[in-house]
Design a protein around this ligand. Structure first.
Ligand SMILES: NC(=O)c1ccc[n+]([C@@H]2O[C@H](COP(=O)([O-])OP(=O)(O)OC[C@H]3O[C@@H](n4cnc5c(N)ncnc54)[C@H](O)[C@@H]3O)[C@@H](O)[C@H]2O)c1
Ligand SMILES: O=C(O)[C@H](O)COP(=O)(O)O
Length: 570
C-alpha cells in the first residue's frame, strides 16, 4: 500500500479525502495540482484484474492509451466519478458504459496535437529518406549509401484523411515543406482548409489515386476501422507511402502487410498498432519489423511539452469536478458554462426534492411505480431565461427514481436512465410575464394517463436565498422546506384534528419539528356558482424527528376525518 493509500484508510482528517488512481506515467505538473486535496496513488503496470480489484476504492482515474477502461472496470468502480484521458483518443475507454454508470469522461483535446503533427512529419521524412534503416545499418557497422537512396517530399502530393486538429497542423507543416496537400473530411471547414492552402476533395478514391504520401488523422470509430484495405491500396501509386499516427486499425494491417510485400505501395511510417506492444506473432508485430516500415512505439504525444499540457489540462478538470464543478472538455457531458451551473444550483436541489416528494407522496404511498409516467417541468422567472437546464432535468430524474433505484443519476446519464425507466419529461421555459411573487418558480406537473393510472398532480416550489421551498402540493397551497422526515396528512378541515394527530405522534415518542396546515387553492374553495364549499379539505405537513413506522401511520390513518397519510423522507 502506498503512503497516501495508508493515510486514506487510517482515519483522522485525511480519512475521507477522495482517492485518485494513476496507472500510467503522467507528468508531475498536473498531479501536483491534485496532491494537496486528494490521495493520488501512482501504480504503474497493473494487470486488468488488478485494476478491477482496486478500482472500487477510487473516485478518479487518470489514464493514457495503455490502460483499457472496460465496462467491467467501470462497473466495479462504485465510487468512480471521473475517468480522465491525458490525451485525445478515448478508444481505450468504454465511454457508453461510463455514461450508463454516470461517470464523467474527460480528455485533453488539444494538449498534444502539435506533438502528434510533428511526429507525423518526422515519420514522413524518416520514411522518405530511410532514416530508421540507415541508422540501424550504421550502428551495425555498415555504410550502405547506395541502398538507402530516398525520395524528396517537396513538390509531392500529401493526402490527409481527417482534417481535424492534428490533420490541419500536419497540413500547415507539409505546406512549409513545399508539398501540395489534398484532404478528405466530410466535416471539415472549407474556409479553414482554404486558409491552410489545402484542397478539399469529396471522394476518397480520387485522393488515393493522386497521392505520393497518405496520412490518416481520424479517431478510431466503427466508420474509420479498416478505412484503407486491400481495394484502397490497389488504387494507390506503387511509389506511394502511408503514415499512421492516428490509431492501429484505420489501415487494415493484413492488407497493409500484403501491399508492402507485393510492392503495391512503397513503404509505411507507423506509430500505432492494433495491439500495443504488438503481440508476438501478430500481423502488427510483422508490420513493425518489416524492412519497408519505419516504426515507433506510439510516440506521437510523447514530448515533454505535450505531456505537461495534457497533464495540466486533465488534472485541472479533475480538481474542478471532484469539488463539484464542471469540466471544460468532457466527452460525455453536455456543455454548460460554470457560471450558469452555479446559478442553477439552488434550483437543482429544489427539483430533486420535488422528484423525491412526487414519488414518495403520490406514487409509492399508493403502491405504484414512477416508471412510465410523463411530466411537464415548467420554469418561470429567471429560470425561464436559462439556456441550459440539463442539470434540472437530471435532478428531477434523480429525485423521481431515488426511492426505488440505486442508480447514480447525474447530468451524464440522466437521459439514459429516464429512457430505461420509461419516464418522459418535457421542459417548458414559460417566458410569459405573469405576476410572480418569487424570482424563480418551478412547476412539476404529472400528465394524467389511464394506462399507468397516473392522475394530474402538481408540485410547485422556489429557491430563495440558497434555501428551497415547496409552495404548492397537489391542490393545496402550502409553504414548507422539504427537509428530513415529513408526514403528510390529507384530512377534512374540522376542529380538533391537530390535537388528535399530536396525541398519536406523542404516544410513539415522535417529536414534531414544524407543522404547516395547507388550505385548498382559492379556485377550489368555491363551487361552480361561486359559493363556498362545505367540508373543506386540508393538508397537514408535519416535520418530525424519530422513527415513523407502519404502526404510527396506521394510528394516524385511523384518526377521525383523515383521508390519506404518506411518509416522505427528503
Ligand atoms: N499517435 C499519437 O500519439 C496520437 C496523438 C494525438 C492524437 N492521436 C489520434 O489522432 C486522432 C485525431 O486527433 P484530432 O485531435 O485531430 O481529432 P479531431 O477530432 O480534431 O479530428 C478528427 C477529424 O477526423 C474527421 N473524420 C472522422 N471520420 C472521418 C472519415 N471517415 N473520413 C474522413 N474524415 C473523418 C473528423 O471530421 C475530424 O475533422 C485522435 O482521435 C487520436 O486517436 C494520436
Ligand atoms: O490519443 C492520444 O492522445 C495519443 O494517442 C497519445 O496517447 P498516449 O497518451 O498513450 O501517448
Amino acid at each position: 500500500m502506498t503512503p497516501s493509500a495508508t493515510q486514506a484508510v487510517s482515519g483522522g482528517a485525511e480519512a475521507h479525502r477522495p482517492r485518485i488512481l494513476v496507472p500510467e506515467k503522467i507528468s508531475e505538473d498536473g498531479l501536483a495540482l491534485l496532491t494537496p486535496h486528494f490521495d493520488v496513488d501512482v501504480k504503474l503496470a497493473l494487470s486488468p484484474d488488478e485494476l478491477t480489484q482496486i478500482i472500487p476504492g477510487y473516485h478518479g482515474l487518470i489514464v493514457r492509451s495503455e490502460t483499457k477502461v472496460t465496462s467491467e472496470v467501470l462497473r466495479a468502480g462504485r465510487k468512480l466519478g471521473v475517468v480522465a484521458r491525458a490525451g485525445v483518443g478515448v478508444d481505450n475507454i468504454d465511454v457508453a458504459a461510463a455514461t450508463n454508470e454516470g461517470i464523467i469522461v474527460i480528455n485533453s483535446p488539444s494538449g498534444n496535437i502539435r506533438a502528434a503533427a510533428e511526429h507525423t512529419v518526422a515519420l514522413l521524412l524518416a520514411t522518405a529518406r530511410n532514416v530508421g534503416r540507415a541508422d540501424g545499418s550504421v550502428k551495425a557497422g555498415r555504410w550502405d549509401r547506395g541502398k538507402l537512396v530516398g525520395v524528396e517530399v517537396g513538390r509531392k502530393v500529401l493526402g490527409i484523411v481527417g482534417l481535424g486538429k492534428v490533420g490541419l497542423n500536419v497540413a500547415r507543416m507539409a505546406k512549409g515543406l513545399g508539398m501540395h496537400v489534398l484532404a478528405v473530411d466530410p466535416f471539415a471547414s472549407a474556409d479553414m482548409a482554404r486558409q491552410a492552402g489545402v484542397e478539399l476533395m469529396v471522394e476518397l478514391k480520387d485522393l488515393l489515386a493522386t497521392v505520393d504520401f497518405l496520412t490518416i488523422h481520424t479517431p478510431l470509430l466503427a466508420t474509420t476501422m479498416d478505412l484503407i484495405g486491400e481495394a484502397q491500396f490497389r488504387m494507390m501509386k506503387k511509389t506511394a507511402y502511408v503514415l499512421n499516427v492516428a490509431r492501429g486499425g484505420v489501415y487494415n494491417e493484413a492488407a497493409l502487410l500484403d501491399a508492402l510485400d507485393a510492392g503495391t505501395i512503397a513503404g509505411a511510417g507507423l506509430d500505432v498498432f492494433t495491439s500495443e506492444p504488438p503481440a508476438e506473432g501478430s500481423t502488427a508485430a510483422r508490420l513493425a519489423r518489416h524492412p519497408k516500415v519505419t516504426a515507433t512505439p506510439h510516440l506521437g504525444a510523447s514530448t515533454v511539452e505535450a505531456q505537461e499540457n495534457v497533464s495540466m489540462d486533465v488534472c485541472t478538470q479533475m480538481l474542478e469536478i471532484l469539488r463539484g464543478g464542471l469540466p471544460t472538455s468532457a466527452v460525455n457531458v453536455p456543455i454548460i458554462l460554470p457560471e450558469e451551473y452555479r446559478k442553477l444550483q439552488p434550483s437543482v436541489q429544489l427539483v430533486e426534492k420535488m422528484g423525491r416528494l412526487y414519488t414518495q407522496h403520490f406514487v409509492r404511498a399508493k403502491g405504484g411505480m414512477v416508471g412510465g409516467h410523463r411530466f411537464e417541468l415548467i420554469y418561470r422567472g429567471e429560470l425561464a431565461g436559462m439556456p441550459n437546464t440539463k442539470p434540472l432535468y437530471a435532478a428531477l430524474v434523480k429525485g423521481l427514481v431515488a426511492s426505488f433505484s440505486d442508480s447514480n443519476v447525474n447530468i451524464v446519464n440522466a437521459t439514459v436512465i429516464a429512457r430505461e425507466k420509461g419516464i418522459v419529461i418535457n421542459e417548458t421555459h414559460a417566458r410569459e410575464s405573469q405576476d410572480m411573487t418569487y424570482s424563480n418558480l418551478v412547476t412539476l406537473r404529472s400528465v394524467a394517463d389511464a394506462k399507468t393510472g397516473t392522475s394530474e398532480q402538481i408540485i410547485e416550489g422556489y429557491a430563495s436565498d440558497k434555501r428551497v421551498y415547496i409552495s404548492k402540493l397537489d391542490r393545496f397551497n402550502a409553504t414548507f422546506q422539504p427537509d428530513g422526515t415529513l408526514i403528510i396528512l390529507h384530512n377534512y378541515d374540522k376542529p380538533g384534528k391537530i390535537g388528535g394527530v399530536g396525541m398519536v405522534l406523542g404516544s410513539h415518542g415522535i417529536n414534531i419539528r414544524f407543522m404547516q396546515v395547507a388550505s385548498l387553492g382559492r379556485e377550489c374553495l368555491q363551487d361552480h356558482d361561486g359559493r363556498a364549499q362545505q367540508d373543506e379539505e386540508a393538508l397537514m405537513i408535519l416535520g418530525v424527528d424519530g422513527d415513523v413506522d407502519d404502526v404510527v401511520l396506521d394510528g394516524l390513518r385511523a384518526s377521525d376525518g383523515v383521508l390519506d397519510v404518506s411518509l416522505v423522507n427528503l
